[in-house]
Write a protein that binds this ligand. Structure first.
Ligand code: ADP
Length: 341
C-alpha cells in the first residue's frame, strides 16, 4: 500500500520559520520543526535547511503532494486559499503595505520554496480570510467613507486559521455542532487576538487593518488612543520608521517590562518585579475587556477558548481573566483549570 500523500506546511514569520509535514486527512504531523532567527534575505538557505531536515528524517519531495504557506495578510482580495503563481505572488507582495513586517518574510519563504520544490503545487492560506465577511458594523472604522473606500481601510483581522480551527475543535470536544455554539476564542501567542464567533461565523475580532490593534502582545501594545500617535509624532522625537519600530517591536509586554516572552514576564513577576507585575495586570485587564465586549456582541457565549502558547500554558491567566464573571454566566472550575497545566 502506498503511503498517503503528505503536505509540507510553512509558516515564515519575521524571526522564525516553523514547518510541519502533515497527513492532510488526519491532520497528524509526522515531522515538525522551527528554524529560529531567520534572515528574510537568506530565505533560500533557510529552505535548503528545511529540506535537509526532511531528508534526515527520510522524507523527500516525492513524498509530498504540495506545500501550504501561511500568509498573514490577504487584504480585500484573498478570501479563500490560493494556488500560487507569479500573479498571486505579486499580489501578496503588494499587500505588504498592510502587513509590512509579516508579508515580506512570507513572500521570501514562498519564492524560496517554489525554487526548491518547483514540481509541487504551492498554496497560500491567509490569516485574514476567515474574517472577510465580518459584518460592516464590526469591520468599518468610523472615518471618512471616501477615504476608507479608496485606501481599502477596514478591519481585516488576523490569526483566522487558528480561530476557525480552534472554534471547530472546541465544538468537537464538547460534542456539539459549531453552528449551535456562540464562542469567544482567545489566541494568545507572541501576537494575540480575540474573536467573537456566532454559530461558526465570525462577527467581530480584535485585530484591525494591520496586526497592531486589540490585545496586549509580546512586542505590540494593541489598542491605543490615535491621539497618542499624533502626540508622539509631534513631540516624541520619532519619524515614521521610528514610530513603526516602536509600535511593532518596543511596545506591549517588552515595552512595559523589558520581557517579550510570557515565561520571562511571569518569572520576573514571581521574583517581585514591579514592572513585570504591571505588564501582567495590563495584559489581563485588556483581555477581560474584550471578553466582556464580545459577551455583549454575542448576547452571551457558550464557550470561551484559550489557545496558543500563553493561552494553553498559563492556568493562572485563564483563571484571572475569567474570575468574578459569574453574573455574566461564566464560571471557571479552578481544579480543572489548574490540572490542564
Ligand atoms: P507564535 O506562534 O505567535 O510565535 P506561540 O503560540 O508559540 O507564539 O506562543 C509564544 C508565547 O507563549 C511566548 O510568549 C511564550 O513565552 C508563551 N509560552 C509558551 N509556553 C509557555 C509556558 N509553558 N508558560 C508560559 N508561557 C508560555
Amino acid at each position: 500500500m502506498t503511503a498517503p500523500p503528505l503536505v509540507l506546511v510553512l509558516n515564515a514569520g519575521s524571526s522564525s520559520l516553523k514547518y510541519q509535514v502533515v497527513e492532510p486527512l488526519s491532520g497528524r504531523a509526522v515531522l515538525k520543526g522551527v528554524i529560529e532567527r531567520v534572515d528574510p534575505g537568506q530565505a533560500e538557505a533557510t529552505a535548503a535547511r528545511v529540506l535537509d531536515q526532511l531528508a534526515s528524517s527520510g522524507l523527500h519531495s516525492a513524498d509530498l503532494a504540495g506545500v501550504g504557506h501561511r500568509v498573514v495578510h490577504g487584504g480585500p482580495e484573498f478570501t479563500t486559499p490560493a494556488v500560487i503563481d507569479d500573479d498571486v505572488l505579486t499580489r501578496i507582495d503588494s499587500l505588504s503595505r498592510l502587513a509590512p513586517l509579516h508579508n515580506p518574510p512570507a513572500v521570501a519563504g514562498i519564492r524560496a520554496a517554489v525554487r526548491a520544490l518547483p514540481e509541487l503545487t504551492q498554496v497560500a492560506v491567509f490569516d485574514t480570510a476567515f474574517f472577510s465577511d465580518l459584518p460592516d458594523a464590526a469591520a468599518a472604522y468610523a472615518l471618512d467613507r471616501r477615504l476608507t473606500a479608496r485606501l481599502e481601510i477596514r478591519r481585516y483581522g488576523a490569526h483566522g486559521t487558528s480561530h476557525a480551527y480552534v472554534a471547530g475543535e472546541a465544538a468537537r470536544f464538547l460534542g456539539r455542532d459549531t453552528g449551535d455554539l456562540d464562542q469567544i476564542v482567545l489566541h494568545l501567542g507572541n501576537g494575540a487576538s480575540a474573536a467573537a464567533i456566532r454559530g461558526g461565523v465570525p462577527v467581530d475580532t480584535s485585530m484591525g487593518l494591520t496586526p497592531l490593534e486589540g490585545l496586549v502582545m509580546g512586542t505590540r501594545g494593541g489598542d491605543l488612543d490615535p491621539g497618542v500617535l499624533l502626540y508622539l509624532l509631534r513631540h516624541g522625537d520619532l519619524d515614521l520608521d521610528g514610530l513603526e519600530d516602536l509600535l511593532h517591536h518596543r511596545s506591549g509586554l517588552v515595552g512595559l517590562s523589558g520581557h517579550h516572552d510570557f515565561r520571562e514576564v511571569i518569572g520576573a513577576m514571581d521574583a517581585g518585579g514591579v514592572e513585570a507585575r504591571a505588564a501582567y495586570d495590563i495584559y489581563c485587564h485588556r483581555l477581560r475587556k474584550y471578553v466582556g465586549a464580545y459577551l455583549a456582541v454575542l448576547g452571551g457565549a457558550d464557550v470561551v477558548t484559550f489557545t496558543a502558547g500563553v493561552g494553553e500554558n498559563v492556568a493562572r491567566l485563564r483563571g484571572g481573566v475569567l474570575s468574578g464573571l459569574e453574573r455574566l454566566g461564566i464560571r471557571i472550575d479552578p481544579e480543572r483549570n489548574e490540572s490542564l497545566y
